[in-house]
Each structure stands twice: as structure tokens, then as C-alpha cells.
Design a binder for this molecule. Structure first.
Ligand SMILES: [Zn+2]
Length: 296
């Protein structure tokens, strides 16, 4: 079974055949300590979580995400930089507008915290595996996934304004990562996975138009590309996890909320959650499964 994606280009080993003291010294001057890089990425993720909140609010309304600056939706008061600080601003205001005291939803700090945690975890994972070149691509993917999950949960739509540009953006970032790593095979595998996952979702939408929306079909190639660049195991795990979570949520909704099968929940949030789990854990689980098959 292929690995999740340890870089094929060998990194210089830290201790190698050097004497222990010299090895430690070289370790100390290692420029890319995964934990340090991940903490920086996590803090940056909090800020990008704020941007995600703007996208979540404005894109479904057809508004510009650049102008005007953030305003209170109730009284139109511009939000000062201090109140705009991720998570902290909301906590200091106790979830209310400074001027009109209208409540500000807990969604805002939650999206910011989720983005920060994801950016931390994904960066730690990739840099530890020697795939630092791919960090920008997968940070962009998690921005895309968080944003689309919340928009779909609120509006039951995955807007074309996001799903259409997502594929060329991910393709460009993964091309750069492949060139940086000297491994274009990953890009080829990603494109094959984009075709396979896209065709699979299109087929499901044709068979069951009510269960699978067209937005899901438009997003599927982007997720296939991103997971395929890592490994086939990540593709299999990511897609399977999405369907499993969606099915469990559907059953829970029927049992607890008394929803009928015709008013099922949107699938997008589960689809992108599965994909992110595929990025974080895909190959570990796939390799474990392959080992347990051989072992039995
Ligand atoms: Zn206000």
C-alpha cells in the first residue's frame, strides 16, 4: 500500500552518521520545525476564518467580498479593527454589536476557531511528512471546505461563484507543489481521481436527483483532485467518510427530529468533512485496513 504521501525526494536525515552532538546542533538550526510552522499557520487560520465569515455572509447575497468593510447587519455600524479580532473580538463584545447591541451569532467565532485548528493540524501533518510545498494548497482546500459547509447548511446551496473557481485554483496550487517536490506523478494521480470522483457523483445525481444536488457534483472533481494528489487511500477514505457521516446524520435527523426522507439534510457539509478527514487521516486508515486484510 502506498504511503499517505511521505515525499519521495529524500530530505537530508537529521542525525545520519554524524556524532551525536553535531547532530543535535544541526537539528537546532533546522529551519522548518513542523510545530512552529503549524502554530504560525494556525494563527493565520484564525484571520482567514474572519474572511470566511465575510464570504459566508456575502456570497449567497451576491455582494462583493472586498467592499465595503465589515458592518453590523442590524445598524450598519462599521466594525473597528479591535472588535474584528478573530474569536477574541466576539468574546470581548459578549456576542453583541458595540452600538445597537444586536446579537452576533456564535457562528462567527466558531468558524474562526475551526479554521485556525484545521490550518494548524493540516500544516503539522504535511510539514512532518516532508510535504511542506503542498501546505498552501491544502490550506486553500480547508478554507473552501469550511466556507462551503456553512453556506450549504444555511442555504442548501453550493454557490457556483465558489465551486467553479475552486478547481483551477487547486490545480494551480497542486501543480506548484508537484514542481517544488519534483513529483508530477502526484498531479497525474490527482487528475485521474478528479475524473473518477466526478464521474461517480454525476452517476449518483443521475440515479437519485433528490439525494445528490448538482452543487455536490460540481465540487466533486476538486475534492477528488486534492485527495488524489495525496494518495488513492485518501480518496477512498475521504469519499467513504463523507457518505458514512451523511447517512448517519440523515438517520439521526429522521429519528430525533422526525424529518421525513424527502426533507433530508444537505449533503455538502458531510461531503467536505469527509474530504478533510481524508486529508488528515486517509492514508493511515487505508494502510491499517490493507495491513489487517493481509494479516487476517
Ligand atoms: Zn449594530
Amino acid at each position: 500500500m502506498e504511503s499517505w504521501g511521505r515525499a519521495t525526494a529524500a530530505r537530508p536525515t537529521v542525525c545520519g552518521s554524524l556524532p551525536a552532538s553535531e547532530g543535535r546542533q544541526r537539528y537546532a538550526s533546522e529551519p522548518m520545525n513542523p510545530l512552529t510552522v503549524a502554530v504560525v499557520a494556525g494563527l493565520l487560520g484564525l484571520v482567514f476564518g474572519s474572511l470566511a465569515n465575510v464570504v459566508i455572509y456575502r456570497v449567497p447575497r451576491g455582494e462583493s467580498i472586498i467592499r465595503p468593510g465589515s458592518r453590523c447587519p442590524s445598524c450598519g455600524e462599521p466594525v473597528g479593527w479591535r472588535d474584528n479580532l478573530p474569536v477574541v473580538g466576539w468574546l470581548l463584545l459578549r456576542g453583541r454589536c458595540r452600538r445597537c447591541r444586536a446579537p452576533i451569532g456564535a457562528r462567527y467565532p466558531l468558524v474562526e476557531a475551526a479554521m485556525g485548528l484545521l490550518w494548524f493540524a493540516i500544516t503539522l501533518r504535511l510539514v512532518s511528512a516532508g510535504l511542506g510545498w503542498a501546505v498552501p494548497a491544502y490550506l486553500a482546500l480547508s478554507f473552501l471546505c469550511v466556507t462551503l459547509a456553512v453556506i450549504d447548511a444555511r442555504t442548501r446551496l453550493l454557490p457556483n461563484r465558489i465551486t467553479y473557481p475552486a478547481f483551477p485554483i487547486m490545480l494551480t496550487l497542486l501543480l506548484l507543489a508537484s514542481v517544488g517536490l519534483g513529483d508530477l506523478g502526484r498531479l497525474v494521480r490527482g487528475l485521474l481521481a478528479a475524473l473518477a470522483v466526478g464521474a461517480f457523483f454525476l452517476l449518483l445525481a443521475l440515479i437519485s436527483p433528490r439525494g445528490m444536488g448538482l452543487g455536490d457534483v460540481k465540487l466533486a472533481p476538486t475534492l477528488g483532485l486534492s485527495l488524489g494528489w495525496l494518495s488513492w487511500g485518501a480518496v477512498a477514505f475521504g469519499v467513504f467518510a463523507g457518505f458514512l457521516l451523511g447517512a448517519l446524520a440523515g438517520l439521526a435527523a429522521i429519528a430525533l427530529l422526525g424529518l421525513t426522507r424527502k426533507s433530508l439534510l444537505p449533503f455538502g457539509p458531510w461531503l467536505v468533512t469527509g474530504a478533510l478527514l481524508g486529508v488528515l487521516a486517509g492514508a493511515d486508515v487505508a494502510a491499517w485496513y490493507a495491513r489487517s486484510l493481509i494479516g487476517s
